[in-house]
Ligand binder design. Structure first.
Ligand code: GAP
Length: 454
């Protein structure tokens, strides 16, 4: 608890959401119509940040390995997929309605929910509360296929990307050079009709997942489960999350999903407390066996002298939730020379813009010409921004707030001796370097290890 209080000194969900909106990372969706519960639109910098998160995931899962291939399956799959997977019967939350305030609550979240009547109490706390018995409410969004809407046309927006992978197991094993242990990775949108959404990007109804199903010989499943828990934890640390803000929490037997014989959550110390960032599950042979039974297609590995149904280890992450964790971990406020500074200390590989080029005096034609020349050279190499508006102090603050690691300033000395200053977002140190060396220096610094503040 003390850890949470100390941590909340800097970041709160509200402060991060406010910065995200003000600086063009994330806007409430359908804003001009009053917003749509728990839906968000990503602005320019948010698109770049989330893209970087997904790229880093793909880099570590696919590019830097030889045993994982990619897939991009459809969002609307054959409805039988969700019967076989167990989602139609079991992907539900227990809900209660209040006949007095007409609100609906998750039966297992009553202690954290606010009653609709003021002064705000917990549902069921006052004698006026009139709660129904809990009923199961399926989280899948329904849609229909074709021109006639009837029983037979019902389809679902996928609530996870994983099932698209399982139903393509045969396609992948018969078309690509794979052999267990191997994985299939997919990044894409998933949809859940969450009843108690909230906390900004943490729980949304439409969100992006980054999931990988790793197919292994059954006897090796425990070893791979442990391997992926460690590997996924390390991925977040390598990208700058403080390891004191990350922990692994094995699920108790009564929490396990219907498909899982073992799950560990990677939890992050969000400002709302320790919460799931990613789940790593040992799904055993549940999914391949279910789809084989329901589809009538054998889903097994056939080697030279062996034939078996592989077991599956699944690291399942959320791109939006990861982006939120990186944002809150990076968010910092400090006083510099008597002024308040807000800064996003994002890992340079995640930062939406890597370097800003700033002529000291925007209206000075000589400085502007030099600065634009450098900007045009740099932007071919890395995401770069040119800014000649407002005072240099304001421009630095703007770049700090979007997390740009380096700012290059062109001043009158540049015209004399060809040097510029490079300002470091985190240390605030300014160094004079030659203008010609700037592109190489920025590239080198991007490759250097980076660690968050202590
Ligand atoms: N295939 C397994 C699966 O979907 P999950 O724990 O339900 O497991 C995996 O989801 C990850 O997807 C979560 O750890 C979280 O990062 C993200 N996620 C799930 N529901 C979400 C939601 N409503 N909004 C944002 N991210 C969500």
């Amino acid at each position: 608890m003390a850890q949470l209080e100390a941590y909340q000194g800097a970041a709160t969900i509200e402060k991060v959401a406010s910065l995200a909106r003000r600086r063009g990372f994330v806007y409430p969706s359908s804003d001009i119509y009053g917003g749509l519960g728990s839906s968000y639109d990503y602005g320019h910098y948010g698109v770049l940040l989330k893209q970087n998160v997904k790229n880093e995931w793909q880099r570590s899962m696919v590019q830097e390995r030889e045993d994982i291939v990619l897939l991009d399956s459809a969002i609307i799959l054959h409805p039988s997929v969700w019967v076989a997977s167990g989602h139609l019967a079991g992907f539900s939350d227990p809900l209660v309605d209040c006949r007095t305030c007409k609100l609906r609550f998750r039966a297992d979240h009553l202690a954290q929910s606010a009653c609709g009547r003021k002064p705000s109490k917990r549902p069921g706390e006052t004698p006026d509360c009139d709660l129904t018995e809990a009923r199961q409410f399926n989280l899948m969004f329904e849609t229909s296929i074709g021109p006639v809407r009837d029983e037979g046309s019902i389809a679902y927006l996928r609530p996870e990307t994983a099932q698209g992978i399982f139903v393509n197991f045969k396609n992948v094993t018969s078309s690509l050079r794979v052999k267990p242990p191997f994985g299939i990775a997919q990044v894409g949108k998933s949809f859940r009709n969450e009843i108690t959404p909230g906390n900004f990007l943490f729980r949304m109804r439409e969100f992006e997942q980054m999931e990988m199903e790793f197919f292994v010989p059954p006897a090796e499943s425990m070893r791979w489960f442990e391997y992926w828990v460690d590997a996924r934890r390390q991925w977040y640390i390598d990208l700058g999350l403080r390891d004191t803000h990350l922990r692994v929490r094995p699920h108790d037997a009564d929490e396990l999903s219907h498909y899982s014989s073992g799950t560990s959550d990677l939890e992050y110390l969000f400002p709302i407390g320790w919460s799931e960032l990613e789940g790593i599950a040992n799904r055993g042979d549940f999914d391949l066996t279910q789809h084989a039974q329901h589809s009538g297609t054998k889903l097994e590995w056939i080697g030279h002298e062996e034939r078996y149904v592989p077991h599956v280890i699944e690291p399942a992450a959320g791109a939006d939730r990861a982006a939120l964790a990186f944002l809150v971990d990076a968010y910092d406020e400090e006083e510099v020379a008597g002024e308040q500074r807000t800064v996003l200390r994002l890992h340079p590989r995640l930062a939406p813009v890597k370097v800003a080029v700033l002529p000291l005096i925007g209206k000075d034609a000589g400085l502007a010409e030099k600065a634009r020349g450098l900007y045009e050279e740099l932007r071919r190499l890395v995401p770069t921004e040119y800014d000649d508006s407002a005072s240099i102090g304001k421009r630095y603050r703007r770049q700090d707030e979007i997390g740009t690691p380096w700012a290059l300033t062109i001043d009158h000395q540049t015209l004399d001796d060809g040097t510029i200053t490079i300002r470091d977002r985190d240390s605030l140190e300014q160094e004079r370097i030659s203008l010609d060396s700037a592109p190489r220096l920025v590239r080198d610094r991007l490759d250097e290890p980076w660690s968050p503040r202590a």
